[in-house]
Design a protein around this ligand. Structure first.
Ligand code: ADP
Ligand code: ZN
Length: 760
């Protein structure tokens, strides 16, 4: 305690203590003293001392200093000594209640510290820096007074003083130079002589002006009957306000986007904000343009690649309520929304909504929780909704809206299976004869073909033909992927690890047996498939597309070229499977439909279904009818049969039955605990010990430890425990008790993944 406190009069005891949550991996908030002049509110962003640093945090709770020093949320003073809040950041509003509740929910549900959860909301560090006030010049006296005071007034100085005399506000240097036609040194000279005064520009410390949506600028299309009904339901939900979830379930090209635009329009007309989430924002230049066309203003874009200054601007604009439309990746959920009128989650089934690092959250689920806490309607849109959402709709938790017709003359393509057991592929070829014939016919009609292969690079595996050795990542238990072309110019043959980013040139000799020139690529990636296509159709313009080959503006340009018919055969990963509209594309060929089924993921079947349905949906989006051909070794499986028959109900029934029988989500709950260490023995020993001593439970099963599907990643050995329980099981409570009793030693890392996806 400082001396001032000891002497403070009794009345001053009413000053407040603030428990401040910092965006750090700390177990609890810290308590600070506030002075009455600071007028701290809950949610306020404050700068506080922590050790010898200064950190920005959020006031989580305020309490009277005389109400005892114990805080219900376990807050403690830094190093046992109460310190003062340095500064309240008054240029940004406090973090709203719903967002603070979401922080607590995230920490609780995903078993992390509240500080880690808060960090998600504080990704825009620039926002916390007060905007710099700009200054302009005013004349301290007029030319006559200056002369009278003995200053030498040249014609240039004369012009400048006259210009300033006429101006109603201070003029920034650039503007003064221009208007008075003088150089910078002249201004400096007068300023040095005391004839000019620098003054802050009015409103310069305030925010950039964001475009205000103008209903006259909105360009709504005329909706079809089916679309009308759907739009009406969504508009009603938005107008009514409050929490609701609508599953907007419509086939590709049925106008889902047009329909949810109506919901956004309703929010904008009411003066509120609209959040539109996309799984991969960086790839959606064409889509942003579509939003701009519809609402007459450009939406703000929010994703991880934004430069810091733009992040700060948008963050503050959202907090102030001035940014009205945000098109965002999943992190848009953590903006400080002032008055959110609707949340749209497009392609809600996409695995890209799942974040795997730091706080492994599922963006779609967080969107629904945000809707609940902020009392905002949520729209989940997809042509192939997740089983989770479909079951929620069946249980009556979500309203279910279906769109069954494609807009205009477009129809869904026919889907045919190619049995690769009957149509054997020659060595080093991956396009079977029936697909090749279909490509021939497509090219003859001057239409486009898409060959889909969800594998980047040239070959997924490189093998020594002398000793059979396979080139593996030195850090991970994965094969190195051979690449031959790079966005940044060709560099010859390289080996890449798609998990840790390890890169090395392809060696000439086998590292195992030393045989030279016998390392052979095995299997196809998009680059190799492009080679095959080019060899087969030498006249055709072949374009290979994957995220490592093109990105940003380059990718946008390629997409425009495809739409304009400048490529004949497009070879692509899932990058091209989503959302794009290519009017001339009438054939979609899937090279290996079985690929996604070869994983340990209980959602593998669902994923395959979704991906193949999306790919097939690329064909025949305009007047010309489309066709989809799917190469598989398993044409008789119910999944492939349902796909060929375009019988979604059949697929869903079988998938639901299988998941129910296995107690898998959404009928049961899962959590994974990954135990990793630099030493295999350490990881295994701790995982085994942990598994042996779990708390008793009637409901929850602990499976494992087993080597994680990626048994080694970035040099760490990984074991996995899988927890499985019925829907009502308190997995989080179980894990807390369990891990509370078994603290891992320093060399062991524990990662908890609630509702895991991907199963790495
Ligand atoms: P989805 O999101 O279901 O795939 P979109 O909303 O993208 O479908 O619609 C497919 C195409 O049809 C788009 O080019 C869209 O502009 C157009 N479209 C859909 N409905 C209408 C409509 N009522 N009037 C005019 N164009 C429409
Ligand atoms: Zn690796």
């Amino acid at each position: 305690m400082s001396k001032a406190d000891d002497n403070s009069p009794p009345g001053a005891a009413a000053s407040m203590l603030a428990d401040v949550l910092l965006p750090l991996k700390l177990p609890h908030p810290f308590t600070y003293r506030t002075s009455p002049e600071q007028m701290v509110q809950p949610g306020a962003f404050v700068r506080v001392p922590l050790g010898n640093r200064r950190e920005v945090g959020v006031v989580w709770r305020l309490r009277r200093a005389d109400a005892g020093s114990l805080s219900p949320n376990g807050a403690k003073a830094v190093q046992g000594r109460l310190k003062d809040i340095d500064e309240v950041l008054t240029h940004i509003p406090p973090l709203p209640t719903a967002q603070r509740q979401l922080v607590d929910w995230l920490a609780d549900y995903y078993i992390t510290t509240p500080g880690q959860a808060l960090k998600l909301f504080m990704g825009a560090r620039e926002a916390f820096r007060p905007p710099r006030a700009q200054t302009g010049w005013r004349a301290a006296m007029n030319a006559d007074e200056a002369r009278a005071a003995g200053h030498r007034i040249t014609p240039q100085r004369q012009r400048m003083l006259q210009t300033l005399a006429k101006a109603t506000a201070p003029l920034p240097t650039g503007e003064l130079m221009q208007r008075a036609e003088v150089g910078r040194s002249v201004i400096q000279g007068l300023a040095d002589a005391g004839l000019l005064r620098a003054e802050p520009l009015p409103g310069s410390a305030s925010e950039p002006r964001w475009p205000v949506p103008d209903p006259d600028g909105f360009a709504p299309p005329e909706l079809t009957g089916e679309q009308q009904a759907a739009a009406q339901a969504l508009r009603g939900a938005v107008r009514h306000g409050g929490f609701s979830v609508h599953l907007l379930d419509g086939i590709t090209g049925s106008g889902k986007t047009e329909v949810y635009f109506e919901a956004m329009e309703q929010a904008l007309l009411a003066g509120r904000q609209a959040l539109l989430l996309l799984p991969e924002i960086a790839l959606t230049a064409g889509f942003i343009e579509r939003v701009r066309q519809r609402f007459g203003i450009a939406p703000a874009q929010w994703h991880s690649d934004l430069p810091p200054a733009a992040r700060g601007r948008i963050w503050r604009g959202v907090a102030a309520g001035a940014v009205r439309i945000v098109v965002a990746a999943r992190s848009g959920l953590f903006l400080p929304w002032k008055d959110l009128g609707v949340i749209i989650v497009d392609e809600e089934h996409e695995a890209a909504y799942k974040q795997d690092s730091t706080v492994p959250y599922q963006g779609r689920d967080v969107a629904v929780m945000l809707g609940k806490l902020a009392e905002t309607p949520v729209v989940l849109a997809s042509a192939t909704p997740s089983l989770e959402s479909i079951v929620n709709a069946e249980r009556g938790r979500y309203a279910h809206i279906r769109l069954r017709q494609r807009y205009g003359p477009a129809t869904l393509p026919d889907i045919e299976l190619i049995d690769l057991r009957a149509h054997k592929l020659p060595p080093r070829q991956w396009i079977a004869e029936p697909l090749a014939h279909a490509v021939d016919a497509t090219l003859k009609r001057n239409e486009q073909a898409l060959l889909f292969l969800n594998r980047r690079g040239y070959a997924p595996l490189t093998l020594c033909r002398a000793c059979g050795h396979r080139l593996q990542c030195p850090q991970c238990a994965t094969w190195l992927v051979q690449h031959r072309r790079f966005a940044a110019g060709g560099q010859g043959e390289m080996l890449l690890c798609h998990h840790c980013g390890h890169v090395q040139p392809l060696p000439h000799a086998c590292p195992e047996c030393g045989a030279e020139g016998l390392l052979a690529p095995v299997g196809p990636g998009v680059e190799r498939l492009a080679e095959e296509a080019q060899a087969r159709w030498p006249q055709a313009r072949v374009l290979a597309l994957s995220s490592d080959l093109f990105s940003g503006m380059d990718l946008k340009k390629r997409m425009e070229e495809i739409a304009a018919g400048e490529h004949d055969i497009i070879i692509g990963t899932q990058l091209v499977a989503k959302g794009h509209h290519f009017p001339l594309l009438t054939l979609a060929g899937v090279i290996d439909a079985d690929l996604a089924l070869e994983t340990a993921d209980p959602r593998a079947g669902e994923r395959t279904w979704q991906l193949l349905a999306q790919v097939a949906g690329r064909a025949g989006r305009a007047e010309r009818p489309g066709r989809a051909l799917i190469q598989t070794h398993m044409p008789d499986t119910p999944l492939m049969q349902a796909l060929a028959a375009r019988d979604r109900e059949a697929f869903l029934q079988q998938e639901k039955a299988a998941r129910q029988a296995a107690g898998m989500p959404p009928f049961g709950r899962l959590a994974a605990i990954i135990i990793s260490a630099p030493s295999e023995e350490d990881a295994h020993a701790f995982a085994t010990a942990l598994a042996r001593f779990h708390p008793p439970s009637q409901l929850i099963e602990v499976l494992g430890p087993a080597p994680a599907p990626l048994a080694r990643l970035r040099g760490r050995y990984r074991y996995r425990l899988l927890l499985k329980g019925p829907r009502n099981a308190d997995l989080q409570g179980f894990i807390r008790v369990w891990l509370g009793q078994h603290k891992p030693p320093a060399n062991i890392r524990l990662d908890i993944d609630i509702d895991p996806y991907g199963f790495l």
